[in-house]
Design a protein around this ligand. Structure first.
Ligand SMILES: Nc1ncnc2c1ncn2[C@@H]1O[C@H](COP(=O)(O)OP(=O)(O)OP(=O)(O)O)[C@@H](O)[C@H]1O
Length: 261
């Protein structure tokens, strides 16, 4: 057992955070993903870009296990997780936010975060209200600090501005010990001021946490990542650093439409 643990630890330190090899996903006759090979390193921040229907969300679903791939393999910190259920991937440090809010609108900011912590921890659930010293409550408060919502701890989510709700969703993804977070369009519906705050928040996340972000707003996406993968019609179209992708005429054509420049 000790040897197994050591081997797993060594494997996880030397391997990439995420490695997709030849991943495909069919829905009946439709090929939503075709032969995707991607490697994301520890602590790396990556954007997945592409027009509507390019396959970005399907890619996230394959990584999380919500819709496992029909071909190919997925390794998470060296471990083959291709057929593992979603909950097992969460247990290994994979987190995700969704395009549509997954928050409990009638509960406070702090209670939402507390439930997120409890949701990823293994202990038995209790309906008794936790005290300030409760470890899950302490973590919830730290997450609240990290996403700059401490001044709204007791505010019901329904009373938060849209941008604050999106901040809280990022906070929820910090529950437990995330090693890789998938952010699905975190800037959707945000004002320009809220977008600037989101950029700061994402850049300020702990360095050891890798993330992949799907984001249609290139002004946000290209400012918060080290590297980009552009998808088109379910396939990998191009990879490169933000400045390369921004200047790429082919990317502008498929991403912004033929009418662009
Ligand atoms: N559950 C499903 N059943 C059938 N087809 C699906 C399913 N999920 C996705 N698709 C199809 O797969 C293709 C890729 O969709 P996907 O949602 O991954 O694209 P996307 O790049 O995330 O688009 P958007 O930017 O609009 O969210 C689309 O043609 C879509 O209709």
């Amino acid at each position: 057992m000790a040897l197994e643990t050591t081997t797993a630890a060594t494997r996880s330190m030397s391997a990439s955070a995420l490695e997709l090899q030849g991943v495909s996903r069919h829905f009946g006759a439709l090929v939503a993903l075709r032969d995707i090979t991607i490697r994301v390193e520890h602590g790396e921040r990556r954007a997945v870009l592409g027009a509507n229907g390019a396959g970005k969300t399907t890619l996230f679903n394959a990584i999380t296990g919500d819709f496992p791939p029909t071909a190919g393999s997925i390794r998470f910190f060296g471990e083959d997780v291709t057929t593992l259920p979603a909950a097992e991937r969460i247990r290994r440090g994979l987190r995700r936010t969704y395009q549509n809010s997954q928050l409990f609108k009638g509960l406070s900011v702090l209670d939402n975060l507390f439930l997120a912590v409890r949701g990823v921890s293994r202990g038995r659930f209790s309906f008794r209200r936790p005290g300030l010293a409760d470890p899950a409550m302490r973590s919830a408060r730290e997450m609240m600090d990290a996403v700059r919502l401490s001044h709204l701890a007791q505010t019901p989510v329904a009373d938060l501005a849209h941008g604050q709700q999106r901040q809280l969703e990022i906070g929820m993804a910090l529950a437990g010990a995330p090693r890789l977070i998938l952010f699905d369009e975190p800037a959707a519906g945000l004002s320009s001021v809220e977008r600037r705050e989101l950029v700061e928040l994402l850049k300020g996340l702990p360095e050891h946490i890798a993330y992949i972000i799907i984001e249609h707003d290139l002004d946000v996406a290209l400012r918060v990542v080290d590297y980009c993968t552009v998808m088109h019609n379910g396939e990998m179209f191009k990879e490169g650093r933000p400045e390369e992708i921004e200047a790429d005429a082919d990317v502008q054509r498929i991403y912004l439409g033929d009418g662009h420049g």
